[in-house]
Design a protein around this ligand. Structure first.
Ligand code: SF4
Ligand code: SF4
Ligand code: SF4
Length: 349
């Protein structure tokens, strides 16, 4: 695709043909507020916060659905744009409780960021106090429609990324809400609990319940240990505790996506009954030992069994939780060291 030259806020910008104005501005370091746009999803044009003016065009245009064209002159801010944006944010705020300090999305909420940019006025509009019951049927996350801004990201994420369409925007007008199929409790829907919609929600309307333990203070990039796909993720920690997981958008394997195990299956890490050292059976009791003692015992017993009954008496079970290299080594160990082909593997956990 060819390059297009345009001007945004007086700055000359080179952009690839086919990009939207929002993408072109973003890559040139020009901020345009937006709540429903997402680089992983099709353009939607729902929240209208990304409106811009284009010289020679009448009216305001959503930059997330307008493609760049040669010679365009674009303004991302003017008194008209600023006043429309401020009104839009004030209407969104009038629709919620505004209890940001106790919201699980506090300080990572995109509505807060946009509000800080457009500086809305307090209390110009008064909405009906929202009173939607929470859907807490899902074991991992809660849907609190009282905080929802109807950006539709969760619906589109489930549809366009997960190809499930377990959610939709149901009902009309003021009654509109995010709903699992047939407005049933979330846990009874076709949802596979991947949590992708929770990760995309720009506010605190869908939130992982574990987040109520408090915000993480650090994160560490790693690889999911559950299966051979090897998705990239960040472990979110607070002191010594793992309090959450987020997908690594830079990882080419999963591009930020995770399944239910990778995203929510981390409670075993902090579990008080988790084994952290090997156990050796003495009579009917398991006794804690060191790795040296345990490995010596295994090596000695394998040699004894092989000598007494031959290599076919031994079988080796590899694990999906091990890396490819470790699984390669274990089959090498079975074939070259033990001398048998009795190798199996649990493909998924
Ligand atoms: S958790 Fe995954 S499958 Fe379930 S609704 Fe959200 S995106 Fe869809
Ligand atoms: S639940 Fe979140 S992602 Fe879904 S429409 Fe509401 S605000 Fe948007
Ligand atoms: S268990 Fe899920 S998140 Fe983990 S590597 Fe496999 S597919 Fe990816």
């Amino acid at each position: 695709m060819g390059e297009i030259t345009l001007k945004i806020d007086g700055k000359t910008v080179e952009a690839e043909e086919g990009l939207t104005l929002l993408q072109a501005a973003g890559s040139a370091g020009i901020y345009i507020p937006a709540l429903c746009a997402d680089g992983d999803l099709e353009p939607y044009g729902g929240c209208r916060l990304c409106i811009v003016e284009v010289e020679g065009w009448a009216g305001l245009h959503a930059s997330c659905t307008t493609k760049v064209s040669e010679g365009m002159v674009v303004r991302t801010t003017s008194s008209l744009i600023d006043s429309v944006r401020r009104t839009l944010v004030e209407l969104l705020m009038a629709n919620g409780h505004g209890d940001c300090l106790t919201c699980p999305a506090n300080q990572r909420c995109e509505l807060q960021k946009v509000a800080a940019y457009v500086m809305p006025q307090e209390g110009r509009f008064r909405g009906v106090e929202p009173a939607h019951p929470w859907d807490e049927s899902n074991p991992f996350f809660t849907l609190d429609m009282n905080r929802c801004i109807l950006c539709g990201k969760c619906v589109r994420t489930c549809d366009e990324i997960q190809f499930l369409h377990a959610l939709d925007l149901a009902y009309r007008g003021y009654e509109t809400k995010v709903s699992p199929d047939f407005d049933q409790p979330w846990v009874e829907s076709i949802c596979e609990n991947c949590g992708q919609c929770e990760a995309k929600c720009p506010v605190g309307a869908i939130y992982e319940r574990a987040r109520l333990e408090g915000a993480p203070s650090a994160e560490t990039r790693t690889i999911c240990a559950y299966c051979g796909v090897g998705c990239g993720l960040y472990l979110l920690t607070r002191g010594e505790r793992v309090v959450g997981v987020r997908g690594d958008p830079e990882n080419p394997v999963n591009e930020g996506r995770l399944c239910v195990k990778g995203r929510f299956g981390y409670d075993f890490i902090n579990h008080p009954e988790r084994l952290t050292s090997p156990l050796i059976k003495e009579g009917s009791r398991f006794v804690e030992s060191t790795w040296e003692e345990a490995l010596d015992l295994v090596a000695r017993r394998l040699s004894e069994i092989k000598k007494e009954h031959g290599p076919e008496a031994i079988a080796v079970l590899a694990s999906a939780k091990a890396t490819n290299e470790e699984n390669y080594l274990i089959q090498k160990f079975a074939r070259a060291v033990i001398g048998c082909n009795n190798i199996d593997h649990c493909a998924r956990l």
